[in-house]
Design a protein around this ligand. Structure first.
Ligand code: ADP
Length: 741
C-alpha cells in the first residue's frame, strides 16, 4: 500500500563493502517498445563486493534455464503474464561475470580537503557508519540519540552557515526518515532546521505526506495525492486501464479484481478460465486496500474462500493472482525493494537507485497447497512479519541473512550465469511504465493543490517499488509505496521490556545514499547555476548535475540513475492517458477540485464537437450520469468526498466509450489515440479562434463566430464528428476553421 513509514528497519550488522549495480551498463537494446537502449557503453567501476562463490547453499536459486529444470510441476503461469512477450532484445555487450556494481567511487576531488569530523566523505559506507555510530553513541536509545544528533546538527549547521550560505532544509516533519536525512545533510554540509524555521526553507522533508503544512515556495519531498494514487485499489485500477490499452506492455502486473464491487466478475472469470483449462489450479492473494506490512493479507484457492463476513464490506480489497513460482534463493522466497525518485511530473523525470533491498521469507518456500496457505513466513516477504520468526537471520553481511542488498542477489545470479543485464533492463521498463500509469491521477491532484500561477512549492518524491522475481527471472510489480521506510535502525529487545535502537548497516548503506543523492539532484543552488548556464530547462533535466564545488566534489558518484527522459523515446507512446487527463484538467473549471461537474463535461463535448445527430446532448448527459453514479457508488473516494462529480477514472472510462463508439473495430489504444488527437486539434483550433477574436482580428477578417462555443454552420454528414475517420483530415479541417474559412 501507499505508506509504511512506521516499518521497523533491518538488522544490525558490521561494516560492509558497498555493492550495487550499474543500471546504465545493464540497459539493453529494445525491440521497439520494450527494451532500453543504453547510450552508455562505459563500465565505470565494476567492483562487485560480496560476490558469493558459486554453489554456496543455493539450491533454491533457480533462474530460468538454470539448475533444476523439471523439478517444478508445470503449473499455472499467471494469466496476463507472458514472459516471452515482454522480453527485450539484448544488447550485444554481455554483462560482466558479476553485475556491474555501483562504484561508489569518489568523483575526482579533494577528498582530504574535507575537515575531519565534518562527515562529508562517505569514503565507504562502512566508515561513514562507524563515524555516525560514534556521533550517535553506541547503545543509546533512539530518542536520546536523536536528541543528541539534533543538537549536534544544530551546532554544526550553524557553523557552516557562517562560512557559506548552504541549502536550507526543514527536517521538523521527517519522522522515521530523520536519522538517514541527518547523515545525508551532514555529508552535503547543508543547513538543517530540525525544529522548522520562520523564514522559508529551500527544501521541506516530510515523513508522510505533502499536506503537512502550508508551504508556498521551495521544494517538498512529497507530491500531493501520491498516497491515494498508489493505494492498492487505485494502483490496480490504473494498471488495468493501461492493461486494457497496452496488454503486452503491462503484463508485469498480476491480474487483479477489486472487492467487493468486482466479486461477481472475479467469480465468473475464474470459472471461465477453469472451464477452458481444467488443469489450472490457481491461488489468489487477498490484500485489503490501505493495508501495509502484510496486514490482513491471506491466500485462497477458490473465489468462494473470500471472507465475506463483515470486513470486506467495510474494508475493500484487491484480490490478485498469486505468483506461485517465484525465484528462490537459499530455498526462500524474497522480494525486492527498489527506490525510485520521481523528480518531476512535468516534464517527467524518473531516477532509479542502483541498489535496493531484498527481503526474505523465513520458511523454505513450497508452492501453495491447502495445507500451507496460511504460513505467512513461507509466502509473505514482509520484513515486519518475518522479523517475528525465530528463523530471522540478522547478518553482518549484505549478502546473507534475511535482509540483503539487491546487488548481492544480482551478483549471485550472475555468478550462476543468469542474464542480469536483461533482468535490470526489464526492471527499468517496469518502473517507467508504472510511473506512466500513475502520472494522470497525480497531475489531477497536483493542479488541485498547487494551481498554476499560484505560489506553491515544487515536488519530488522517493517511491518504494516492491518487485517479485518469477522463477524465469521475470519481474512482477507487487506494489508501490509512497512512504517507503527510510529507517536505518531497528529495535532490539535487550531484556524483557528494555529496547535499544541498533544501527542497521544494510539499510543505512542503501537508504542514506538514496536520500543524499535525491537531495543532490534537487539541489536548488545547482539548479540556479544551471539555469544561468543552460538556455533550455529541458536540456538541463536530461543530464544529472555535475559535481559542484565543496562537499559535492568529494561525494561518491550518484547512486540514482536517470531513466526518463533518457529512455523517453521507447516509452512516450504509452502516455496516452496523460493526454486524456490533460483534457479532463482543462475542463475542471474551478480550481482546487478533482472532479468534473456535468457542465464541465458538456463543455468538453461541445468544445471538442463530439456530439452530433447520433449522439445528442441528452445522450451526453445520460453517459455522464451513468458513469459518474457508478464510480461514486464504489465508495473509494479519498478527496472531494462531498463532491459528487466525475473523477478522472470515470472520465477515462467515458472517453474510452466515446472512442470505441467513434472508431469501431480498431484496437482500443488506436481508438483512444485518434480521439485524443481529434480533441486536441479541435481545442487548438478553438483556442486559435479565441486568440484571434481577442486581438480583434476576427472582426477585421469578418469570419469568426462571436463566441467560441457558438454553433458552427452545419457540415455535410461525412464531416461530422462521428463521421470523420482520420485525424490528418481533421487537422486540415480545423486548420481551415482556424483560418476562418
Ligand atoms: P503490504 O502492503 O501489506 O506489504 P503487498 O502487496 O506488498 O502488501 O504484499 C505483501 C507480501 O505478499 C509481498 O511482500 C509478497 O511477498 C506477497 N505477495 C503480494 N502479492 C503477491 C502476488 N501477487 N504473488 C505472490 N506473492 C505476493
Amino acid at each position: 500500500m501507499g505508506t509504511e513509514g512506521v516499518e521497523p528497519a533491518g538488522m544490525g550488522t558490521e561494516a560492509v563493502e558497498p555493492a550495487g549495480l550499474e543500471p546504465a551498463e545493464l540497459g539493453t537494446a529494445g525491440t521497439g517498445t520494450e527494451g532500453i537502449e543504453s547510450a552508455e557503453t562505459g563500465t565505470e567501476g565494476i567492483e562487485p563486493a560480496g560476490q558469493e562463490p558459486v554453489g554456496l547453499g543455493t539450491e533454491g536459486t533457480e533462474p530460468a534455464g538454470m539448475g533444476t529444470a523439471g523439478t517444478e510441476p508445470a503449473e499455472m503461469e499467471p494469466a496476463g503474464l507472458e514472459p516471452a512477450e515482454m522480453e527485450p532484445a539484448r544488447e550485444a555487450e554481455e554483462p560482466p561475470g558479476c553485475p556491474a556494481l555501483p562504484a561508489e567511487a569518489p568523483q575526482d576531488g579533494p577528498a582530504a580537503a574535507v575537515p575531519p569530523g565534518e562527515g562529508a566523505l562517505p569514503a565507504a559506507p562502512g566508515q561513514e557508519r562507524e563515524r555516525e555510530r560514534g556521533r550517535r553513541g553506541a547503545g543509546s536509545t533512539g530518542r536520546a540519540a536523536r536528541g543528541r544528533a539534533r543538537r549536534a546538527s544544530g551546532r554544526h549547521t550553524g557553523g557552516e552557515s557562517a562560512r557559506r550560505p548552504g541549502v536550507t532544509v526543514d527536517s521538523s516533519k521527517a519522522k522515521t526518515s530523520l536519522e538517514a536525512l541527518k547523515i545525508s545533510l551532514r555529508q552535503l554540509r547543508w543547513k538543517e532546521f530540525p525544529f522548522g524555521r520562520r523564514l522559508p526553507c529551500d527544501i521541506y522533508w516530510h515523513g508522510v505526506s505533502f499536506h503537512d503544512s502550508n508551504i508556498f515556495s521551495g521544494q517538498v519531498n512529497k507530491f500531493p495525492g501520491m498516497m491515494e494514487t498508489v493505494r492498492k485499489i487505485t494502483l490496480s485500477r490504473a494498471m488495468r486501464t493501461m492493461q486494457d490499452l497496452f496488454p503486452l506492455e503491462y503484463n508485469f502486473y498480476p491480474r487483479s479484481w477489486i472487492l467487493p464491487e468486482e466479486l461477481p466478475l472475479f467469480v465468473a472469470e475464474v470459472r471461465m478460465m477453469k472451464d477452458s483449462n481444467p488443469s489450472w489450479k490457481p491461488t489468489f492473494i487477498v490484500k485489503p486496500d490501505g493495508g501495509c506490512q502484510g496486514d490482513g493479507i491471506y491466500l485462497i484457492k477458490d473465489p468462494s474462500d473470500i471472507r465475506l463476513t463483515g470486513s470486506i464490506q467495510i474494508r475493500p480489497a484487491v484480490v490478485q493472482e498469486y505468483i506461485c513460482k517465484p525465484l528462490l534463493v537459499d530455498k526462500m522466497k524474497f522480494d525486492i525493494r527498489l527506490y525510485v525518485l520521481l523528480k518531476s511530473l512535468e516534464p517527467l523525470e524518473i531516477y532509479i537507485a542502483k541498489d535496493g533491498l531484498s527481503r526474505f521469507c523465513t520458511e523454505p518456500y513450497q508452492e501453495p497447497t491447502l495445507k500451507n496457505l496460511h504460513q505467512v513466513f513461507m509466502h509473505l516477504t514482509n520484513y515486519s512479519l518475518n522479523i517475528h520468526s525465530g528463523n530471522f537471520i540478522h547478518s553482518d553481511s549484505v549478502n546473507t541473512g534475511s535482509k540483503r542488498t539487491f546487488s548481492s542477489i544480482l551478483c549471485r545470479l550472475s555468478s550462476r550465469g543468469a542474464d542480469v543485464k536483461k533482468l535490470w533492463s526489464d526492471i527499468i521498463s517496469l518502473v517507467i511504465k508504472t510511473i506512466i500509469a500513475l502520472t494522470p491521477e497525480l497531475k489531477v491532484y497536483y493542479q488541485s493543490d498547487i494551481p498554476a500561477g499560484k505560489p506553491g512549492p515544487t515536488c519530488f518524491q522517493i517511491l518504494g517499488f516492491d518487485i517479485l522475481l518469477m522463477k524465469n527471472l521475470k519481474p512482477v510489480l507487487l506494489e508501490v509505496n509512497a512512504n517507503p521506510s527510510m529507517r536505518i535502525e531497528h529495535e532490539q529487545e535487550l531484556s524483557p521490556g528494555v529496547f535499544e535502537n541498533v544501527p542497521s548497516p544494510v539499510d543505512e548503506e542503501v537508504k542514506v545514499a538514496v536520500i543524499r543523492d535525491t537531495l543532490r539532484l534537487v539541489d536548488p543552488q545547482k539548479k540556479k547555476r544551471k539555469d544561468t548556464q543552460c538556455p533550455s530547462a529541458e536540456a538541463a533535466s536530461e543530464e544529472p548535475p555535475e559535481a559542484a564545488p565543496g562537499a559535492e566534489a568529494a561525494l561518491p558518484s550518484l547512486c540514482l540513475k536517470q531513466v526518463f527522459p533518457k529512455y523517453a523515446k521507447q516509452f512516450s507512446y504509452l502516455r496516452l492517458v496523460d493526454r486524456v487527463a490533460a483534457l479532463f484538467i482543462r475542463f475542471l473549471g474551478v480550481r482546487g477540485t478533482t472532479k468534473l461537474g456535468p457542465t464541465g463535461f458538456r463543455t468538453f463535448i461541445r468544445n471538442c464537437k463530439l456530439s452530433n445527430s447520433n449522439f445528442s446532448m441528452a445522450a451526453v448527459d445520460i453517459l455522464y450520469i451513468d458513469i459518474t453514479r457508478r464510480w461514486n457508488s464504489m465508495g473509494i473516494d479519498h478527496k472531494d468526498s462531498g463532491n459528487s462529480g466525475m473523477c478522472l477514472q470515470a472520465f477515462v472510462e467515458a472517453f474510452f466509450c466515446l472512442a470505441q463508439k467513434k472508431y469501431k473495430s480498431r484496437p482500443l489504444h488506436e481508438q483512444v489515440a485518434s480521439l485524443v488527437e481529434l480533441c486536441e486539434c479541435r481545442l487548438a483550433a478553438l483556442h486559435g479562434k479565441r486568440l484571434l477574436w481577442g486581438c480583434g482580428l476576427g472582426q477585421r477578417h469578418g469570419a469568426l463566430p462571436a463566441t467560441a462555443t457558438a454553433p458552427s454552420p452545419p457540415r455535410p454528414r461525412h464531416q461530422q464528428v462521428f463521421g470523420l475517420q482520420k485525424p490528418p483530415q481533421l487537422r486540415a479541417l480545423v486548420c481551415r476553421d482556424a483560418a476562418g474559412s
